[in-house]
Design a protein around this ligand. Structure first.
Ligand code: NDP
Length: 509
């Protein structure tokens, strides 16, 4: 069997274009399916990252000075360019991450939909609007707008190398910021493609890409950007936050999950099984909001298990052009998946499909586990592979309790004809889909993000636009107040009148 691809780095010291001594080290991006070299990329160091941020700062002034309408035109041109070149992107992404081409088309479609939404709604969500000044300040005209922060650093993952970073990039750009994007070392070619297509449409360094390993991301955190949007593991999210704390740089952390799917007794069991299998195994299980645990009402448990088992038996991961499941993108992840499966089996779990032998060098076959203790790694930690645990529950109270029983809280799914909303509202998660799976991610108007170890802050929707802004409030006096409060000339009579007014306004109830 061929070995999993090992990333190669090389480097020597030389001067860069700006004359600074800096590293001209490079690294190779390798196909996870074949080990083929997809491209060679610079490892940008501290100086290069800072230089990119400086260039972005100048571009940000121009970009922020445009109207929402003008930025919308640029963003829509970029959106159309991505759309026209999707087959080229599909080919590149397939080679670099192993993802099936048809999955890339879905991912890229969702990404352009988000660009369109962000561009189309930024003015309405962020533009100056009047607010009521309240009874006490009736002489004032009050208004608020949301202004761009300046330069946003985006640190992206490899699992959805266009959809996920664009979820931050498009919203930050639409809000008027420039962006410096550091793609994962496992998807730098896709990252550069994103930057290149944008530059072809805009022609100024409003969106730049820096490449490298973890240190390049760390340099971006220290570079003086005005906010960092990070997607990746909880552990690295903590490092990002610690680095950003040194300069009081705010952060958005999207740090993965351990998402549950709940099946109630009245659910369409076939649809739930289909959703659970797809949610667990599509993208080889490497989805932050993918299904990792299933809790099924005891009345439909057997039916659900036999349905999902039947469907999973016809599914396999391979490198062929017709593959529905591709390779594990990050070689080190194979070890994590193996550990979770081995631990589950050693602790009394059973594999109805797959199991220990499902874990190969580059591909992991669908694995369905039952009778796994709730405190085991396969139930508590993010597996990020095409595996799922299924547990039987007495009722929805137990399902909710177990669903809420991890430190994560990103997404969730409920299958029920009549109780979907009631169950969904009790789940501690940033998003919940009812009778559908990860549907919330494809609705641009909905915020995306988690609680607990899944992170904080939101991308997508109005919240995602506001995330990359600061609120600017203005109160303008329209006429002199009947009661002059903010003056040393205030009289006792004024104080008495104020006391009467406050009693009338707030003294009852
Ligand atoms: P990481 O969290 O280590 O990396 C995510 C991003 O952060 C990458 O671009 C990475 O760069 C960068 N990075 C790494 N170290 C630092 C640092 N010190 N400062 C700033 N940026 C840094 O995730 P991995 O890709 O290693 O995956 C590990 C696990 O994380 C997976 O098994 C999965 O469980 C989870 N994950 C969750 C994702 C989600 O969607 N929420 C996405 C990806 C992973 P580089 O790649 O160059 O090291």
């Amino acid at each position: 069997m061929t070995q999993a691809p090992a990333r190669r780095e090389s480097g020597h010291e030389s001067g860069n274009e700006s004359g600074n001594e800096s590293s001209a080290a490079t690294f190779e991006s390798l196909s996870p399916a074949t080990g083929e070299v997809v491209g060679v990329f610079s490892i940008h160091g501290e100086a290069e990252v800072r230089a990119a941020v400086e260039r972005a700062r100048t571009a940000a002034e121009w970009w922020a000075g445009l109207s929402f309408k003008d930025r919308k035109v640029y963003l829509n041109t970029w959106k159309a360019t991505i759309t026209r070149r999707m087959p080229e992107l599909a080919d590149l992404m397939h080679r670099e991450t192993g993802k099936p081409r048809s999955d890339v088309m879905i991912e890229a479609t969702l990404a352009v939909d988000h660009i369109a939404w962000a561009a189309g709604h930024a003015g309405k969500v962020l533009g100056r609007r009047r607010v009521s000044p309240g009874m006490l300040m009736v002489n004032q005209a009050a208004s608020v707008e949301y202004r761009p922060l300046g330069v946003v650093g985006v640190i992206g993952p490899w699992n959805y190398p266009i959809f996920t970073p664009v979820g931050s990039i498009a919203y930050a750009l639409a809000a008027g910021n420039a962006v410096v994007f550091k793609p994962s070392e496992h998807s730098p070619a896709v990252g550069e493609w994103i930057g290149r297509t944008f530059n072809e449409c805009v022609g100024r360094p409003v969106l730049q890409v820096v490449t490298g390993l973890g240190d390049t991301g760390a340099a971006l955190c220290r570079s003086g950007v005005d906010k960092v949007a990070f997607t990746g593991s909880t552990g690295t999210g903590k490092k990002v936050m610690a680095a950003c704390a040194e300069t009081l740089t705010p952060v958005v952390i999207e740090a993965g999950g351990k998402d549950p799917l709940i099946v109630d007794a009245d659910a369409d069991v076939a649809a739930a099984a289909d959703a659970a299998l797809w949610g667990a195994c599509s993208n080889a299980g490497q989805t932050c909001a993918g299904v990792e645990r299933v809790y099924v009402h005891e009345r439909v448990y057997d039916e659900f298990v036999s349905e999902i088992t039947r469907r999973a038996e016809g599914l396999s991961a391979h490198g062929g052009d017709d593959a529905k499941i591709g390779p594990i993108t990050m070689p080190s992840q194979v070890g994590v998946i193996r550990r979770h499966i081995d631990d589950a089996l050693a602790r009394g779990g059973r594999a109805l499909v797959g199991g220990a032998q499902a874990v190969g060098e580059r591909f992991v076959q669908p694995t369905i586990l039952v009778d796994v203790p709730e405190d085991s790694a396969a139930v508590q930690e993010e597996t990020f592979g095409p595996t799922v645990t299924i547990a039987k529950v007495r009722d929805m109270d137990e399902a909710v309790e177990l669903a809420n029983g991890t430190s994560y809280g990103l997404g969730a799914t409920v299958y029920s004809k009549d109780h979907g909303m009631a169950v969904a509202e009790r789940i501690r998660s940033g998003m919940t889909a009812i009778n559908g799976v990860v549907s919330f991610a494809a609705i641009p108007a909905l915020p995306f993000g988690g609680v607990g170890d899944s992170g904080f802050g939101r991308i997508h929707g109005p919240d995602g636009l506001k995330e990359f802004t600061y609120a600017k409030a203005i109160a303008r006096q329209r006429f002199k107040p009947a009661l002059a409060l903010t003056t040393f000339d205030r009289t006792e009579q004024t104080d008495r009148r104020l006391a009467r007014i406050v009693k009338t306004l707030h003294g009852r109830g």
